[in-house]
Design a protein around this ligand. Structure first.
Ligand SMILES: [Zn+2]
Length: 275
């Protein structure tokens, strides 16, 4: 039987606004409600950013705390993953919520370009974020925007900066960074297996219309899948996604086509080694 597929839902992000898609959850209570519906549809990880009331990105630990508490209450066992990437340039405030001890946090280990700016991840900040995650027993998810980021994760693992086998997410389709290129994707998978072993777990995210493409590639190649309004607000060129749950359902349908069960929260914890 094939490994159950872990579906991660990236509910909000730091960019999409209500004006782009009214289903983007902004307040903490909207986020909890949206996460709950996504959980019921099969998501076992929630990747979260928080926002101010005017929809601008926030790093307020109190908002992260309220979100974590709500998700733990309404979505039993669901893995809570905080983003440390959302406010590039903000330095250590990007990790100010890590003492709350979420199950996971995203960790970008190198810099690259984004559509309109540089996504800055200087070495000393990467080291500091990794050390914080180690000290609060938070499992990092390595965001690989480029091949070098996978090799950097291997180096950090060798040095003891990342405790367990790195769990890498390939991010493709960000304008000015790595496009959704099938040969690169296959080489990423090969590289993860070469560095971390055949059984190493990995996942992938595609931006915009590439979300569906990456969902199909990941599910059919034995990886795990990320979806959600952070990365893509549409079901098709002409149709907005009505909810995060609808995007999760789309991945669950792909899993059914490929005869992969959708991981429950407890299966996802077992697969990722999260207590
Ligand atoms: Zn994010």
């Amino acid at each position: 039987m094939s490994t159950p597929c872990i579906i991660c839902v990236a509910i909000t992000g730091s960019l999409p606004r209500k004006a782009d898609n009214p289903a983007v959850p902004i307040t903490v209570s909207e986020q909890i409600e949206s996460t709950h519906a996504a959980f019921e549809a099969g998501a076992s990880i929630v990747h979260a950013h928080v926002r101010n009331d005017d929809e601008t990105p926030s790093s307020d630990p109190e908002k992260f705390a309220a979100l974590k508490e709500g998700v733990e209450k309404h979505c039993p066992g669901m893995i809570v993953q905080f983003s440390t990437g959302g406010r590039s340039g903000a330095g250590q405030t990007r990790g100010g919520m890590l003492p709350l001890g979420p199950d996971m946090a995203s960790l970008s280990v190198g810099s690259n370009n984004f559509p309109t700016r540089v996504y800055e991840n200087p070495p000393e900040l990467v080291d500091w974020l990794a050390a914080e995650m180690l000290s609060y027993s938070i499992k990092p998810e390595i965001e690989a925007f480029d091949l070098s980021h996978i090799l950097k994760a291997a180096d950090m693992h060798r040095r003891g900066q990342i405790k367990d086998t790195p769990y890498v997410q390939f991010v493709m389709g960000v304008k000015n960074a790595m496009p959704a290129d099938r040969q690169v994707f296959d080489f990423y998978v090969q590289t993860v297996k070469r560095l971390f072993g055949e059984k190493a777990q990995w996942c992938a995210a595609g931006i915009g219309a590439n979300q569906l493409v990456l969902n199909e590639w990941s599910v059919s190649s034995g990886g795990h899948a990320r979806t959600g309004l952070e990365d893509n607000i549409r079901l098709s060129k002409t149709q907005l996604a009505p909810s995060n749950a609808a995007l999760v359902q789309r991945v669950a349908d792909i899993c059914a086509q490929h005869h992969r069960p959708v991981a429950t929260a407890s299966q996802a914890r077992r697969i990722l080694g999260i207590a």
